[in-house]
Ligand binder design. Structure first.
Ligand SMILES: Cc1cc2nc3c(=O)[nH]c(=O)nc-3n(C[C@H](O)[C@H](O)[C@H](O)COP(=O)(O)O)c2cc1C
Length: 168
């Protein structure tokens, strides 16, 4: 099946999750295209029979380019199955949450695209890669540098998408 995976990532962690999903779906026999939302329009995804959209969470939201793409897609989804994922929390299990609001306002996106599911994966925080303002926020929140992405869980999620598509 032709699947498009489109990602909004500021510092690469979400992009790497998207790539892992792409690779797993390809292993399972799908024809998968990989997109950066910053340079992707809804029309670019017209060929896909299923969509996987992922965003990094900053202050409880996906980056702006993700919202632009979602707006464009709302009229074009046309019954195609959509799955959503986010990359966010970096708190370690032995520590309190590193960000005050480790949740995301995703309900509007779920409804606009009639998405089947939204999953929250872990994230990566490396203060050396952040902008001045982002670094100041991360320091103020005492967020530790960490990478809590679980590649097994991510690949299993791709397996679940494959199963759902093969069952439909
Ligand atoms: C300034 C700042 C704000 C953040 N806000 C949130 C948030 O509200 N919720 C959350 O779960 N993670 C938050 N994070 C963690 C990021 O979502 C996480 O590091 C993510 O993996 C980054 O993805 P990217 O490398 O693709 O940009 C924040 C990180 C920074 C630096």
């Amino acid at each position: 099946m032709r699947i498009a995976v489109a990602v909004a990532s500021k510092h690469g962690a979400t992009k790497e999750i998207g790539h892992a999903v792409v690779e797993r779906l390809r292993e399972l026999g799908h024809d998968v295209s990989e997109h950066d939302m910053a340079s992707t329009s809804a029309e670019d995804l017209d060929d896909a029979q299923a969509l996987v959209l992922g965003g990094a969470v900053y202050f409880g939201r996906w980056p702006n380019e993700a919202n632009d793409l979602v707006d464009g897609l709302a009229d074009r989804v046309d019954g195609r199955p959509v799955w959503l994922f986010s990359s966010g929390p970096v708190a370690r299990e032995d520590e309190p949450p590193s960000v005050e609001e480790p949740t995301i306002a995703i309900d509007g996106t779920m409804q606009a695209l009639d998405a089947r599911e939204h999953v929250m994966f872990g994230g990566r925080l490396d203060k050396n890669t952040l902008s001045f303002v982002e670094r100041a926020v991360a320091r103020a929140l005492r967020a530790p540098d960490a990478d809590t992405r679980d590649w097994t869980v991510i690949r299993e999620w791709a397996d679940k998408i494959d199963s759902a598509l093969k069952a439909s």
